[in-house]
Structures are given as structure tokens and as C-alpha cells.
Design a binder for this molecule. Structure first.
Ligand SMILES: [Zn+2]
Length: 284
């Protein structure tokens, strides 16, 4: 019997589990006299939402159906990870002759790690061989858990960002209270107009424009829009005077690096990028 060949097949099944986001464990059951694979399985605990959906049990289930009985005589099991107590018990129940496994499982392995179930005085004792393609079998597991850690880290980072954004939004609302003499929020009609206006604009950052070319007094009342940030921040439009916006520029930039100021009559706009640089354009 080509032990490595069958363990490679178990590894291929483990990869299938990996691709589904399952802890990658694969198992095959082989009839020793013919070399025929009679059962295959891979871990699908998450997908099946079932505690029994271990690779070994899936393989035993298939083999029993195929061979037409609960006993699996003259059969060998190849599994990439040391079986847990449940699967070791099932191996005894199915009377599997030989067990070959790859990586040991120090946390829940019931063959040689946490306990040695097959050495206990049960009525059946399969032959066990461990460390078959051990490196490959361990590697696929460490790859999986590394990816899982990275995914968790990414989720954590996103939730932190979300939290920061909410905090900023609250700060903005609080600060707006102090500014309410100078500014007001745009009303619904104005928001519709602003959105129609901004939908026609094409921005390219960064822009390099000397503000001195554009005399302040040429601007009066303007809308301030946040060009990026969360969906919620995008909905925020503030109305006030150009001079006031400029004097509070640092505050506004704290909430969004890209700000857009639109003349109250929608005749021109200025946008300010994250370097505080400004660009003005006229609408023809
Ligand atoms: Zn198991």
C-alpha cells in the first residue's frame, strides 16, 4: 500500500476544507487488499454547523454506505491530523484495522497526545502509524491559522476605524454646537442641489494652487462638504461664510482630509486636499 499516495489524497481533501474556511483536515479510507478508496471526508464543522462533521466521520459514513455494513474490515484510514476522542471512538466502532495520521494534535488528539485511547482496554486496537507527511500536514494547519489571525486582525482594525469615525462624528456634532452661531447645516433642498452639483464634478488630488490668486472678498456664503469619509460624514453639509470656514480650517480637516467649498450660488467651488492646498474652479 502506497502510504504517501493516500496521505496526499487526504491532504488534497484538507485543502478543500481550507478553501471553505474550515480547519483543514482530510481523511480517506482505503480497502487494503484492493487499494480502492471507499470513503473520503474533510472537516466541514462550520459549513454544516454540526459538531459531528469531522473528516474521519464523513469518511467512515461513506465507507459504511459503500461496503454495506457498520464494520469496515481490512480497511485503513489516512487522516492529516491526529483524531480526536470522538473520531478515535468511531475508528474502534468501525473496526478499522490501521490508522495513519500526519500531524499530532497536542490540544485534542486522543491517539498519542492528550490520551492514548487505543492503548486503553477496549475490545479493539487498530495499528497506528503517525508522522506520515508530517511537515505538509502541519504546514497546511499553520497556514490556515495564520490566515485566520490576519483576518481577525483586519476585522479588529476595521472595528477600531469604525469606532474612531463614530467618535469623530460625535466630536463634530459637539463642536458644531459651539459653531452654531457661525454655521448651520444645509437644509433638504440645499442638500439636493449640492448633491446634483457635486455629481458633475471631477476631482484630482493633490492640487497646487496659490490661494493669494483668489481674493477672499470674492467669496461670501458657501457650503462646506466632506468629500470622503464614511457614508454618514458624506451626508454632512454645512453653510457658513468663507472667512469663517478658513479660520476653522484645521478643525474641519480633522474630520475629513478632503473638503469642498461651494459658492452659495453654485457658481464656483474650492477644494482643499490633505496638504491644506486649495484649488478653485469656476462653473461655466
Ligand atoms: Zn474528530
Amino acid at each position: 500500500m502506497d502510504i504517501e499516495f493516500y496521505m496526499q489524497r487526504a491532504l488534497a481533501l484538507a485543502r478543500k476544507a481550507f478553501e471553505m474556511g474550515e480547519v483543514p483536515v482530510g481523511a480517506v479510507i482505503v480497502r487494503r487488499n484492493t487499494g480502492e478508496i471507499v470513503g473520503e471526508g474533510y472537516n466541514r464543522r462550520e459549513t454544516a454547523k454540526h459538531a459531528l462533521a469531522h473528516a474521519e466521520l464523513m469518511a467512515i459514513d461513506e465507507a459504511c454506505r459503500k461496503l454495506g455494513g457498520w464494520r469496515l474490515p481490512d480497511c485503513a484510514m489516512f487522516v492529516t491530523l491526529e483524531p480526536c476522542p470522538m473520531c478515535s471512538g468511531a475508528i474502534i466502532q468501525a473496526r478499522i484495522d490501521e490508522l495513519y495520521f500526519g500531524a499530532s494534535d497536542p490540544k485534542s488528539g486522543a491517539v498519542c497526545s492528550v490520551q492514548q485511547m487505543f492503548e486503553l482496554p477496549y475490545n479493539y486496537h487498530p495499528i497506528v502509524k503517525k508522522d506520515i507527511l508530517k511537515d505538509e500536514c502541519s504546514q497546511i494547519l499553520s497556514d490556515f491559522f495564520r490566515e485566520l489571525r490576519l483576518k481577525k486582525l483586519e476585522l479588529y482594525r476595521k472595528s477600531r476605524e469604525q469606532h474612531k469615525l463614530q467618535k469623530q462624528k460625535k466630536l463634530l456634532t459637539d463642536e458644531f454646537e459651539c459653531f452654531s452661531e457661525k454655521y448651520r447645516f444645509a437644509d433638504d433642498d440645499e442638500i439636493t442641489k449640492i448633491q446634483q452639483f457635486t455629481s458633475q464634478l471631477k476631482f484630482s488630488f493633490p492640487a497646487h494652487i496659490d490661494l493669494t490668486e483668489y481674493p477672499l472678498e470674492s467669496h461670501d456664503k458657501m457650503y462646506l462638504c466632506f468629500l470622503c469619509g464614511s457614508e454618514e460624514l458624506l451626508k454632512l453639509y454645512v453653510f457658513g461664510s468663507y472667512a469663517d470656514f478658513m479660520s476653522d480650517l484645521e478643525n474641519w480637516q480633522y474630520f475629513s482630509p478632503y473638503l469642498l467649498l461651494i459658492d452659495a450660488d453654485f457658481s464656483r467651488y474650492i477644494y482643499i486636499n490633505d496638504d491644506g492646498e486649495q484649488k478653485e474652479s469656476k462653473i461655466c
